[in-house]
Design a protein around this ligand. Sequence first.
Ligand code: CU
Length: 347
Amino acid sequence: MTHFAFTHSSRSTRFFALATMLGVLVMGTSSSVCAKDLPTVKAQLTTLPQVPAPITRKEPAHVLVNVEAKEYVGTLADGVQYKFWSFNGTVPGPMIRVRVGDTVEIHLKNHADSKFPHNMDLHAVNGPGGGAGSNLAIPGKEGMFAFKALNPGLYIYHCASPVPNIPAHISNGMYGLILVDPQGGLPPVDQEYAVFQSEFFTMPSAEKGIMELSMEKGLAEHPDHVVFNGKAGALIGDGQLTAKAGDTIRLYVGNIGPNSASSFHIIGEIFDRVYVEGAIGGTINENVQTTLIPSAGAVIVEFKVDVPGAYLLVDHSIFRVAKGAVGILSVEGKDNLSTFNPMDASN
Ligand SMILES: [Cu+2]
């Protein structure tokens, strides 16, 4: 069955009507935030798993964020090429870090070769559509808007373009993380990394050997791939996370879904602290084994690695490991037999 057949069903007619209505609702209201009295700085953007450095400014600033929407073919898993839609040519898009009180000016260019309009709905925004109605950009053009970061925390951003429909933009890779640091910053740690979980629903495209989104599988909530940082194996081998025994590690973890919540767990570790649902200034849980990350939600976890070895990051909805939801944190250092003793009987 092709997606053309899908679009002819009454179920999908209702679905597209809803998606279009959502798109219309978020369009048409533009916001304007004037902060020209603040110093202007350019946001440092990073590709996951790297995290922008903590913000040391004592005062708010006017922060410029430059992003470009690009559609490209890339690797989703071994032997699987996929038609991604992206921010800045990576899936997930860049991680953005600002400070509470900052005025953030988003500039979204849409590459001239794009086939679709794109925009950004940032969950860190207080305002209609998270800005998506104000920054919608057709191919070759730029959209922009500004917002004041009022609430510290870790937030998702994603494309919410109604053409052809919002779920297609989300499913094809248009999402990322924005961290709003609290006043005074988060406590220092030895390592910070960012991890982002997402599902992909595939079917052959008209171009031989290249897969594209299956809306039928998306509606059925049957992903072919569930991956960290945009492709199966992104956090394995050369991409694995590294640390030294004794390090304190903070992970910024997002989950776009688009459908499923993540039961995020690190095999062999316990989260010393969990900033529940990514909120900063809210509840911090301690001594947590597995934390739940809703679709289009995030969490911040902190833990000290006491013992060297390989630790697997997984969605503990464990069949998803076979679909790609696994990464490695490799910890070097001296044995710590008082904490973990393998008691090898051959010795
Ligand atoms: Cu888009």
